[in-house]
Design a protein around this ligand. Structure first.
Ligand code: CS2
Ligand code: MG
Length: 408
């Protein structure tokens, strides 16, 4: 048995997605997500030009061997484009293996370790009123865990804060803006640091101690600033503070860790286990933020999570809408199976996205479940996909008030 065809599908139902579809000589289809937000065509070209020709005729059951062949065989290792391309192949091969076995993928990964995956949604607001409305909307939808982001007094649009919190309206920010150039946003870390503890004090006053709360610092702080924010947030019992500093400086997290007990999550921009080596062995973080899509697929992320388990570090896989429904399904199967699952980020995809990608995962009472269909449980509708043509989209750029480009 062998792979007969490999197709790279680019579609834009609400936002851009890159999908790899493998078909075996017996007609079994596997899907993989290769979306890298704002750089989609780079990974599409990597797949089309350099990976697809290597796949035709390969035994679709040799998942580990194919992973090593693409990773070691390329010589040039790691990097978001390479690892997203390998991830797409890996996901599609697991999808095929599970379909051939007639089982939902999580059963092949060891079976369910829990009834469902605790999910967190994104609440945000430019002020307290709109934030509270957004939190209530999430509670009404059944969320038990909520990420809280707000505008900062004196600054304009802040990344991660929805512009529309009308009651009943789904929070659907599309941060990658369709324009020839990225949007630019202003940033002031001191104003942010003054404001955030007030926000969490107000949220705890309004919603009480039970609600699980999270916050994303989006790489904007130095280690010392992050340590100070962590301390200031300790009274509000956060589930985690995410990306408090640019995580590629792994040693910087020592400073944060030594100063605060706030749980730390990092890694949505990482793409291999090596980005975590110091963070894991020195127990400088509590949660791994990688997505299956950006870390070389199920094969690689499962190994990473096993390594993390030795150090009591759990998963918190990256799940905004730029992870396609295929990538989200893959990480739900993995999350349901591994022992050290922590939480799963969940931003519902738009209706258009879900018309193209028909999913079988469910959300109920705050928990996500990958469903019981064989494989990943996602189908791709070619006819509908054709209606959504790709157009370039860029994530915004952050600048300090004096114009200096800043981390974001
Ligand atoms: C965010 C993302 O979900 C998150 O935690 O940091 O919205 C992230 O900015 C985007 O995925 C970038 O593509
Ligand atoms: Mg984040």
């Amino acid at each position: 048995m062998a792979i007969r065809s490999a197709e790279v599908l680019v579609t834009s139902p609400g936002r851009n997605f890159v999908t790899l579809r493998l078909t075996t000589d017996t007609g079994v289809v596997g899907l993989g997500d290769a979306t890298v937000n704002g750089r989609e065509l780079a990974v599409a070209a990597y797949l089309r030009e350099h990976v697809v020709p290597l796949l035709i005729g390969r035994d679709e059951g040799r998942i580990e061997d194919t992973w090593q062949y693409l990773y070691r065989g390329a010589y040039w290792r790691r990097g978001p484009i390479t690892m997203a391309a390998i991830a797409a192949v890996d996901m599609a091969l697991w999808d095929i293996l599970a379909k051939n076995a007639g089982l939902p993928l999580y059963r092949l990964l060891g079976g369910a370790s829990r009834v469902g995956c605790l999910a967190y949604g994104h609440a945000s607001g430019s002020d307290f009123d709109s934030l509270f409305t957004s939190i209530r909307n999430h509670l009404d939808q059944g969320f038990k865990a909520i990420r809280v982001q707000t505008g900062v007094p004196g600054l304009g649009q802040v990344y991660g804060v929805a512009t529309d919190q009308r009651p009943g309206q789904r929070y659907d920010y599309e941060p990658a803006i369709r324009a020839p150039l990225p949007a630019e946003e202003a940033w002031d870390t001191r104003a942010y640091l003054r404001h955030v503890p007030e926000v969490f004090a107000a949220v705890r006053r309004e919603f009480g101690p039970e609600l699980v709360l999270l916050h994303d610092g989006h790489h904007r702080m130095t280690p010392n600033q992050a340590a100070s924010l962590g301390k200031a947030l300790e009274p509000y019992d956060l589930f985690w503070l995410e990306d408090c500093t640019p995580g590629e400086n792994q040693e910087g997290l020592r400073r944060v860790r030594s100063q605060t007990t706030v749980p730390l999550a990092i890694g949505e921009v990482f793409n291999s286990v090596y980005d975590y080596q110091t963070l894991i062995t020195e127990q400088l973080i509590d949660y791994v933020r990688s997505a299956v899509t950006h870390t070389g697929g199920i094969t690689a992320l499962r190994k990473l999570m096993d390594f993390a388990a030795i150090y009591s570090i759990k998963s918190g896989f990256h799940g905004p809408t730029d992870i396609s429904p295929v990538g989200q399904a893959a990480q739900l199967h993995l999350g349901l199976a591994i022992h050290n699952f922590g939480i799963q980020e969940y931003m519902k995809h738009s209706e258009d996205t879900l018309k193209v990608f028909q999913t079988s995962y469910t959300f109920s009472e705050g928990l996500l479940h990958p469903g019981e269909l064989p494989g990943l449980g996602v189908e791709y509708d070619d006819e509908r996909a054709k209606a959504f043509e790709y157009s370039p989209a860029y994530l915004p750029v952050n600048r300090l008030l004096d114009g200096t480009v800043h981390d974001w």
